[in-house]
Design a protein around this ligand. Structure first.
Ligand SMILES: *[C@@H]1O[C@H](CO)[C@@H](O)[C@H](O)[C@H]1NC(C)=O
Ligand SMILES: *[C@@H]1O[C@H](CO)[C@@H](O)[C@H](O)[C@H]1NC(C)=O
Length: 389
């Protein structure tokens, strides 16, 4: 197009009037000017066409960083690479809404094996109000284990975190929504964490934690305990009484019958297969959302029930997170500075007997809650000796 226009200008040049010499040179001069102007016009047109394409490309990059088919390597804009598909974005933030996110996260490879070296990672998902009082403890815990874990934090929607670039929590906050304790918004927040974590194809196990949770062992111990387990650590008890079967709502039928009703701790660990099962669920979610309202607590029943209907044999029927309910009431006990002693921390992993891969195990709990921020100082002090990091 540019060439044609240029030639058009050249063709018209000889047909200029030739009277007096000055007139001629004047005309020639204005023709030159016209030529230069036209050339300039053609150039700017070309540049703007190119930049419109560039803007389009950059916009796609900016707004959909986790849609791999459009995330093309920067060197070659037209060639799709496997690398661009398997490398997770360094920022957990994105602009997908929940429907887009869940749809995207429900996609899984259907072919056995991986055409690249996949190191399975443990995803730590923090369901919080915003601040992480035990961040210094977790920093120590994660130190020198890069490549084996990923972190996702769900906070109140307007919370702004201020972790520095060197922190493991830097840019690990996901787009979040308000959560009401015991209602479906809580289950949806957990599902949102799972969906975000599923976007990283290397995440294989998914642990839900709160801001008041602490680890009871070092990273390597926890990684091998979870990765070596035949089962996922989700409770699925069929409990009698008001806090078990008593919370069942007949309106959940026919999707969930009373005999299928299950209960488990909110603080679970599941594998990738079960995580996908949760993000793809469109059968149980609407029923629980409508009918499981307090005193039916979604967070203790939705996942345990739906997962045990389809995958009972994959569930360990226990949690990895120790919680003290002995004081009674709707909320568990919280431990502060005076409570955190050597003997207290030592007894927590084996506070209850349990099975690990169908055999009696000394260690049943890998995490514990709830701890008040004042517990940080003694925890940091005791971590090397008692917790192993
Ligand atoms: C997400 O965005 C799409 C496209 O704009 C819209 O159709 C869908 O309803 C939105 N979903 C939610 C949950 O807002
Ligand atoms: C699950 O664990 C509870 C105790 O927490 C136990 O009563 C129940 O029998 C177990 N259920 C199954 C199906 O193993």
């Amino acid at each position: 197009m540019g060439v044609e226009m240029e030639e058009g200008v050249k063709d018209s040049a000889p047909s200029t009037p030739k009277s007096r010499l000055t007139n001629q040179s004047k005309a020639l001069l204005s023709m030159r000017l016209l030529q230069i102007l036209l050339l300039f016009f053609v150039l700017t047109l070309g540049i703007s066409v190119v930049s419109i394409h560039m803007i389009k490309f950059l916009k796609i990059q900016h707004f959909a960083p986790v849609v791999p088919t459009t995330l093309i390597s920067m060197n070659d804009h037209s060639t799709l690479t496997l690398e661009s598909f398997i490398r997770p974005p360094s920022n957990a933030w994105h602009t997908m809404n929940d429907s887009e996110l869940l749809w995207r996260a429900s996609m899984e490879p259907q072919r056995n094996g991986y055409p690249f070296k996949r190191v399975p990672k443990l995803a730590f998902m923090f369901l919080t109000k915003g601040p992480l009082p035990f961040a210094p403890l977790w920093e120590k815990f994660f130190k020198e284990h890069d490549g084996l874990y990923s972190i996702y934090v769900h906070a109140l929607p307007n919370y702004k975190s201020d972790f520095s670039k060197s922190s493991v929590f830097y840019r690990r906050y996901i787009p979040s929504q308000a959560v009401t304790w015991g209602e479906m918004s809580m289950g949806e927040a957990e599902r949102r964490l799972l969906a975000n974590a599923l976007l990283d194809i290397s995440n294989e196990w998914f642990v839900l934690l709160s801001e008041s949770c602490i680890p009871l062992r070092g990273f390597s111990f926890i990684y091998s305990y979870v990765s070596g387990s035949r089962y996922s650590f989700m409770g699925c008890a069929d409990e009698e009484g008001p806090d078990g079967r008593g919370r069942y709502k007949p309106e959940l039928e026919p999707e969930v019958t009373l005999s299928q009703w299950r209960k488990g701790s909110q603080w679970f660990e599941i594998n990738r297969k079960l995580a996908v099962e949760i993000v793809q669920d469109t059968i149980y979610h609407p029923k629980f959302k409508e009918f499981c309202t307090p005193p039916c607590y979604v967070d203790e029943h939705y996942f345990p029930t739906m997962l045990s209907i389809k995958h009972r044999i994959l569930l360990a029927n226990r949690t990895l997170t120790w919680t003290d309910w002995s004081r009674g009431g709707a909320h568990p006990a919280t431990f502060g500075k005076p409570d955190v002693t050597e003997s207290f921390l030592k007894k927590l992993p084996g506070a209850k007997s349990c099975l690990y891969n169908d055999k009696q195990s000394e260690v049943c709990y890998l995490f514990a809650r709830k701890f008040a921020p004042s517990a940080l100082e003694p925890l940091l002090q005791l971590a090397p000796k008692i917790l192993g990091f």
